[in-house]
Design a protein around this ligand. Structure first.
Ligand code: PMT
Length: 404
């Protein structure tokens, strides 16, 4: 992990996990970073500024109104100085204040005044983390470009067990290094530098009633791997994700959706883009009239009328400002025949076909792809989805160049 010559502003908010910030400062400095610490007032109740001053080698800032510090490295200078702002632990309170755009202490003011990437490592009681208010705040911050690192699940200081533990220092340093490396890649001449890529991933869910839905076995892994590969190639990536348990890859803007109709709206709102890659397994049909109350099991048989969902990929490929359009085809039989038919019918530039079966495609770590375009085809052999995603992005880049 290399953070040589990186200026990291470590924000510490109030919570029992603030003791872990000591280890974090050590690890950041071991990785070569210059670290300045800003604490909230509440954080100083858990751990002293003196400890962090000794560990970071710099005075610790707490107040916006500290005349000595404002004369030396004022809050605006500190905001400009930072290559990244990492808030660890990020309490529910600091996340709420940041989501609301408040600037009521030094840390939140700095965040508002800085263009540096912001990373938050939430740490709180599991019920506080799961609360819709906290989830909405995390989502808001994420949609504005912040990376939410964790939290992890496990036993908590409050005696409960669940999701809400701050990630370990070593994991935070690694994720921070990844985010900064992506930005360096982006600035250098990488293959998709300057391109905006929109990717759909995972399964959609179509409600039958308030508790049941129709869905499929897509885990989202293939789409998330493609998103990471596009990001690593220097693209700005928007990932429109169906329901999945996967964490958001650093440096990627993720928009969560549930139904095919929501996915369609999110995709169309994300246009225009240079490349659209549809890896999602979108439900072709949805219940025509979902029940508003739970369906009771009185009858021996039950029929649900289904109506067709709009085809998102076809719609995007038919836009006037049409992106380079890439589809996926998951087939149980006649793989190449069906894939070539979809390539033509949906007016695509490229299609990646995968055979559904033992150890392949849906909900698997590995896959194999046949990549087809109008006058060509490449076979990508069975391997992990990250490797396949990188190979696919390479092919897309080459085809895009010959397309231009
Ligand atoms: O998520 P994983 O577990 O990693 O699994 C990966 C995967 C198997 C889901 C992925 O590799 C894959 O094949 N995705 C496409 C799945 C599929 O069922 O495609 P399709 O043949 O139904 O649709 C063809 C294309 O049209 C796809 O690009 C699909 O995203 C798109 N489509 C389909 C229907 C619809 N209403 N709108 C669409 O945009």
């Amino acid at each position: 992990m290399n953070l040589q010559h990186k200026n990291i502003l470590l924000g510490i908010s109030g919570g029992i996990a603030s003791y872990k910030a000591c280890e974090l400062v050590r690890r950041l400095r071991d990785a070569g970073a210059e670290v300045r610490v800003v604490m909230t007032d509440n954080a100083t109740r858990f751990i002293t500024p003196l400890t962090l001053q000794a560990l970071s080698g710099h005075p610790v800032r707490v107040s916006l109104w500290d005349e000595n510090h404002e004369a030396a490295m004022g809050h605006i200078e500190l905001a400009r100085w930072a290559d990244a702002i990492l808030i660890a632990p990020a309490s529910a309170d600091v996340m709420a204040r940041l989501a609301a755009g408040m600037a009521d202490d030094l840390l939140t003011t700095l965040c508002l005044a800085s263009e540096a990437p912001m990373l938050l490592a939430p740490a709180m009681n599991r019920i506080m983390w799961a609360h819709p208010a906290t989830q909405a705040n995390a989502q808001t911050l994420h949609q504005r470009g912040a990376s939410i690192l964790g939290p992890a699940a496990g036993s908590q200081a409050c005696g409960e067990t669940g999701e809400g533990r701050m990630l370990e220092a070593v994991d935070l340093v690694k994720q921070l290094a990844d985010v900064l490396a992506c930005r360096v890649d982006k600035r250098s001449a990488s293959t998709l530098h300057g391109k905006r890529v929109v990717i759909t991933a995972g399964a959609t869910r179509e409600a039958i009633d308030p508790v049941r839905f129709i869905s499929n076995r897509s885990s989202g892994r293939m789409g998330y791997a493609v998103a990471e590969a596009a990001r690593d190639a220097g693209a700005e990536v928007v990932l429109i994700s169906g329901v999945t348990h996967l964490p958001t890859p650093p440096g990627i803007r993720r928009i969560d959706v549930e139904t095919a109709l929501q996915m369609r709206t999110a995709v169309l709102q994300a246009m225009p883009c240079d490349i659209f890659i549809a890896t999602a397994a979108v439900a072709d049909y949805r219940p025509a009239d979902p029940a508003t109350q739970k369906i009771k099991k009185h009858a021996d048989t039950l029929s649900i009328e289904l109506i067709k969902n709009p085809d998102i990929l076809s719609e995007v490929a038919a836009l006037e400002r049409r992106p380079f359009s890439v589809g996926f085809a998951a087939e149980t039989e006649h793989l190449l025949e069906h894939a070539r038919d979809k390539l033509q019918r949906k007016n695509l530039d490229l299609i990646a076909a995968n055979r559904v079966g033992e150890g392949l495609a849906f909900d698997q770590l590995d896959n194999a792809l046949s990549v087809l375009w109008a006058d060509g085809q490449i076979e990508l052999a069975h391997t992990d989805k990250s490797t396949l995603a990188r190979q696919l992005i390479q092919i897309i880049t080459e085809r895009l160049e010959s397309h231009a």
